[in-house]
Design a binder for this molecule. Structure first.
Ligand code: COI
Length: 356
């Protein structure tokens, strides 16, 4: 159990217009911080006014990207209460990322306590508007002032909060995704399954290219054969081919084990909808499109929720999917998951963690 010191801001900010939030542009009044040293372990848990974190220019995070993050959300229920969705899964993944990046783990109960405490401190920032939530961004940075390439001995764990609307401008409307054939996001044995900031840095070149062509994001292929579908970077990806829901399997360690991905698979199984986690070649998707068997495609993620994919672009070829409309599988998953998150649908999966 952490002993969290709370220093409240003397100058609360004006809240943004909640009907025009977009994603990750506004930050609340407070943040959570905690330090790590070899001697003391994780210590000095505190909630302080949101603001800059002073760091030595030689801090290792600036040079060797020993950094990791998570993303989850707090939701406002109709009765005014606040709740989280499967925070234990994010904490478990954070600790798995810690292992991969040689960062000391955080006790899961302490991490949950920190998340709840900072959301509680800024609870008036959890928006009420339809489709909005408070995005929670925990992250850990390596702070040793040292240029040798070794794991740091000191770290900061921080949690910042951002009231958000939809991740994509399109909202729940289908997004357009470009298939990336030149660059790769990760390779087997790399950090693809970890939520490491470096993965996202490596993805930017593909993202930039996609945006130049008017596409929202990139569909990454595997780094070895450039043949199998990996993920979209900010989301995992699902295809419905001839009535079967297929998503790339996690076993190669390339793909982020998404909490929404896991929730979709669990719900589909519960509903008796055929779902397969397996290698999925991009050629199989192209062929299914040609033969009219590609029923739907959608991405899943905490930020993206369920985002239907209305068009895939592949080296000059456009593939329009389901008439550029949200399909029945994506819609059913969206309604079930967001229904639970906003407390409109009973949580019969044990996924909701109430704060208030
Ligand atoms: C999330 O869905 O929470 C993510 O972390 C994706 C992100 C890079 C915006």
């Amino acid at each position: 159990m952490l002993n969290i010191r709370i220093e409240r801001t003397a100058t609360p900010k004006t809240k943004p217009d909640y009907s025009k939030l977009g994603f990750g542009k506004y930050f609340t009044d407070h943040m959570f911080l905690m330090n790590y040293s070899t001697e003391k372990g994780w210590h000095d848990a505190r909630i302080v006014p949101y603001g800059p974190i002073p760091l030595d220019p030689s801090a290792m995070v600036f040079h060797y990207a020993q950094e990791l993050f998570e993303g989850l959300k707090a939701y406002r229920r109709a009765d005014g209460g606040i709740q989280l969705f499967r925070p234990d899964k994010n904490i478990e993944r954070m600790n798995n990322t810690c292992d991969r990046l040689c960062v000391p783990r955080i006790d899961p109960a302490d991490a949950l306590q920190a998340i709840k405490a900072v959301v509680e401190a800024d609870k008036d920032w959890v928006p009420y508007d339809e489709g909005t939530s408070l995005y929670i961004r925990p992250f850990i940075i390596a702070t040793d002032p040292m240029l040798g390439v070794h794991p740091s001995h000191t770290y900061i764990f921080a949690i910042i909060l951002s009231p958000v609307g939809s991740y994509y401008e399109a909202g729940i409307n289908p997004v357009k995704i470009g298939i990336e054939r030149e660059y790769v996001r990760c390779v087997k044995g790399g950090t693809g399954m970890a939520k490491a900031g470096g993965n996202y840095a490596a993805s930017l070149i593909g993202q930039k290219k996609a945006e130049e062509y008017g596409y929202a994001q990139v569909l990454w292929l595997d780094g070895v054969e450039r043949k199998y579908i990996d993920e979209v970077g900010a989301m995992n990806v699902f295809f419905v081919i001839d009535g079967v829901v297929i998503t790339p399997e996690l076993t190669d360690g390339n793909i982020l084990p998404g909490v929404t991905r896991n929730s979709c698979i669990a719900l589909l199984k519960k509903w008796g909808v055929p779902v397969e986690e397996r290698k999925l070649a991009i050629d199989e998707v192209i062929e299914a499109h040609k033969t009219g068997k590609l029923n739907e495609a959608f991405g899943t993620g905490t930020a993206a929720v369920i985002s239907p994919i209305g068009e895939l672009f592949d080296e000059g070829e456009k593939m329009v999917i389901n008439n550029n409309e949200i399909g029945p599988v994506a819609k059913r998953l969206y309604d079930a998951i967001t229904g639970m998150q906003w407390g409109k649908v009973a949580d019969d999966m044990g996924w909701i963690e109430k704060i208030d």
